[in-house]
Design a protein around this ligand. Structure first.
Ligand SMILES: [Cu+2]
Length: 538
């Protein structure tokens, strides 16, 4: 880790200093110079990770598209898919989706029938991935992928009211999924779709659709604490009452250029906190491409700006800051520490086939409290168009994908199809942090809204600045982690119990703040996260 503006200490000196500080119950934050790292976990995952989602069984569901031709992993038991609509192979014996078991690092090929290209999804309360849309014969398909050991894709064609390609999904408090936008789809709809219900027009999507570039696909959608949906597309944003269809607010235009596909930036809702009664929501959007970049195909230097806006404020305004590196197609993830990781992407160009160059190999870490950016350790693998990244229970980041080619192409192109899967291991996983690291030894499997529950943990130092965080895993594709959210929970004092510690923690007050489902619970001590455990909320 390269740390901007802090002094590097040599390791032996640093270690003894830390021990000394532990004894003194120190208040310093962060251990400068403790390195982050990258680990290659699969040399060939078989399927390029265009879409990735974590299930509560600690398995990743990974998929790209059915009409890519041969992948590098076959369907099991001699199964072949027969699809007269497929543009590459009418009889296709190759898998286009896999399940990666994180515990064993093994891969199971999955069978998906209709085309999932550039689609969207959300995980519902029972731990099932609901995935929507795609292209061609998959445009109106809704698919379910359960968490069971032998579960496979189940597909329901003609379930969406209109074809959705490049849409975004958000799980709602009532467990319906709102599917927003898509190419030439200036509307939203709900899944499951009540009988006879069609689409709801959203003129905002037509207004933000730019001739020759669109720049409003994969809109950034965030469920706010007041129950309304924040929707950002291109450079503008609205607050939608999805129950009535009313647009309640129009927000100021974000400075700098467009932020949505193909000028793909990324977006997160910063962690919601019990400290303010979960009333404050702040959106942060980073990167993108300058005006005209997609139309000109001129590999323009990407946007270097991030902008934050408190969208629950009476008079919201964007506050702009500068990343250390310009970036298009970066993914933004909320780490267990509450820091924002900006990872993957390129310094020049836009999304789309062959439209980017100069991969940005270095992740950047942003601390929303100190407003500080840090340039992290570089990978060696470019992750351009059609790559993804998700947070894992270990606190590691899965990174996969990258395929800016119209098929699986391994030579003769600047950026071949990428089948390697990696893990990025942030600084806090370095053993240098082990003294600070709590480990959860007792927590309930299920917590009801607002209910008190006990969390027991071990820790090798006096508990300091202990926080309890809940994280809802994302469905990540095309630089946007749909459904990602974090809450800092209300908690009582930490009390010692024998050699352990315990605290009373309170579940999120409502399904508006935390739609029912499987969340990752993490304890933070002195800025260092525990490994996370699954907890079902609802
Ligand atoms: Cu795509």
């Amino acid at each position: 880790m390269r740390t901007m503006g802090s002094t590097e200490l040599r390791r032996p000196v640093r270690l003894s200093l830390c021990l000394l500080m532990l004894l003194c119950n120190y208040v310093e934050f962060g251990i400068a110079g403790y390195a982050d790292s990258w680990v290659l976990i699969q040399k060939n995952g078989g399927v390029s990770a265009m879409h990735t989602v974590l299930l509560h069984t600690n398995k990743l569901v990974i998929f790209d598209r059915t009409d890519y031709g041969p992948s590098q992993i076959r369907l099991p038991n001699g199964i072949c898919r027969r699809d007269p609509n497929d543009l590459a192979l009418k009889v296709d014996c190759w898998a286009h989706s896999v399940e990666l078991d994180l515990a064993t690092n093994t891969i199971r090929p999955l069978e998906v029938l209709t085309d999932t290209w550039c689609s969207s999804g959300a995980v519902t309360s029972d731990g099932t991935l609901t995935q929507t849309g795609g292209w061609n014969d998959g445009g109106r398909t809704v698919r379910l992928m359960g968490p069971g050991p032998t579960d496979n894709w189940r597909e329901f064609e003609n379930s969406l009211a209109v074809a959705r390609w490049y849409a975004s999904d958000q799980l709602l408090p009532n467990q319906a999924i709102i599917v927003v936008g898509g190419r030439a789809a200036f509307s939203y709809e709900f899944v499951p779709r009540p009988k006879g219900q069609g689409v709801f027009k959203l003129p905002f999507l037509a207004a933000t659709n730019e001739a020759g570039a669109e720049n409003n696909l994969y809109p950034f959608t965030h469920l706010l604490p007041d129950g309304n949906l924040f929707i950002f597309a291109n450079r503008d944003s609205i607050l939608l009452n999805w129950k009535s269809g009313a647009v309640l607010r129009n927000y100021p235009t974000i400075p700098d250029g467009p932020r949505n596909y193909p000028s793909s930036g990324s977006s997160v809702m910063l962690p919601l906190s019990a400290a303010n009664g979960f009333t404050v929501a702040e959106i942060m959007i980073c990167g993108g491409a300058p005006d005209g970049a997609f139309q000109k195909r001129n590999f323009a230097i990407a946007l270097q700006t991030c902008a934050r806006m408190v969208v629950t404020a009476a008079a919201p305004r964007w506050t702009v800051s500068l990343m250390p590196i310009p970036r298009v197609m970066g993914d933004m993830l909320i780490l267990p520490t509450g820091e924002i990781l900006i990872i993957n992407g390129a310094k020049q160009g836009t999304a789309g086939w062959g439209n980017a160059k100069t991969p940005v190999l270095t992740p950047v870490l942003y601390n929303p409290t100190t407003f500080r950016y840090q340039v992290m350790r570089a990978t060696t693998i470019p992750r351009l168009y059609h790559s993804s990244a998700v947070v894992l229970p270990s606190g590691e980041i899965f990174v996969g994908g990258s395929n800016p080619n119209e098929g699986y192409v391994f030579s003769g192109v600047p950026f071949p199809t990428e089948l390697r899967y990696e893990k990025y291991r942030p600084y806090y996983l370095n053993p240098g942090y082990n003294l600070r690291r709590p480990n959860i030894v007792g927590s309930p499997a299920e917590v009801l809204y607002g209910a008190a529950f006990k969390v027991t943990f071990s820790l090798g130092m006096k508990p300091t600045g202990v926080l309890f965080r809940l994280y809802f895993p994302s469905f990540t594709t095309h630089t946007f982690s749909q459904n990602q959210r974090m809450l800092v929970l209300r908690a009582g004092a930490v009390v010692p119990v024998g050699k352990l510690y315990t605290a009373t923690v309170f579940g999120p007050p409502s399904a508006v703040l935390a739609p029912a489902g499987y969340y990752l619970l993490t304890i933070i001590n002195f800025g260092t996260p525990s490994p996370s455990v699954w907890i079902h909320i609802g």
